[in-house]
Design a binder for this molecule. Sequence first.
Ligand code: MD3
Ligand code: FE
Length: 226
Amino acid sequence: MKLEGNTPLTFDLFGNEPLQSQAAVEQIGPCSWVLRGFALPWVQPMLPAVQAVLAQAPFRHMVTPGGFTMSAALSSCGSVGWTTDRHGYRYSAVDPQTGQPWPAMPQVLMELACAAASETGFPDFIPDACLINRYLPGAKMSLHQDKDEQDLQWPVVSVSLGISAVFLFGGLERKDKARRVALQHGDIVVWGGVDRLRYHGILPIKPAEHPLLGEQRINLTFRKAM
Ligand code: MD3
Ligand code: FE
């Protein structure tokens, strides 16, 4: 690194210079923001960390309590992960597919989520779950609310990687008109407060090729579940 007169030197736990990002911020709700490109400086160190998680806890297609197989494939890391079966949706400390605890949340993912939350006014956010969704072309996520977390005062931080998506940003009732927002590689969405229970979804992904990730979209959502 370059040493200059008064540059403060700060290092993370591994003695690395912390990554920083300057991103264009778009406010899309009273308590929701899109940080365009915020994750870009983290992408290179993130990808091997995500791959290591997926080696321990491979993607799987969840079946909803109603019997529908979700088109996005899912995995998790952190002290709890999200699972669904015919009894319902819940967070669990164990991956039901392996019987093992979920992989720990890699440091670089935790740092990115905390940096993005701080940027939008949630400096004390410490996620305990990171859900990893993989969308191949045609996959979608129907309108839903994220309400399985215990304390809804904490925000959710979402990181988009790979090919782009159109997300639906609805209201507090399913019937409310949803606005469409394009999400690209490196974009982060943070939502909390009065927006925490807004309906949201992802339109079917259009086929495209991303130079780093190929024909897929990966979305990471960081939550404080317990
Ligand atoms: C929620 N994931 O995992 S995150 C999910 O891109 C999930 O994979 C989607 O919904 C994905 O539960 C969407 C992005 C997002 C953006 C804006 C929102 C979620 C939002 C606004 C309000 C509530
Ligand atoms: Fe969601």
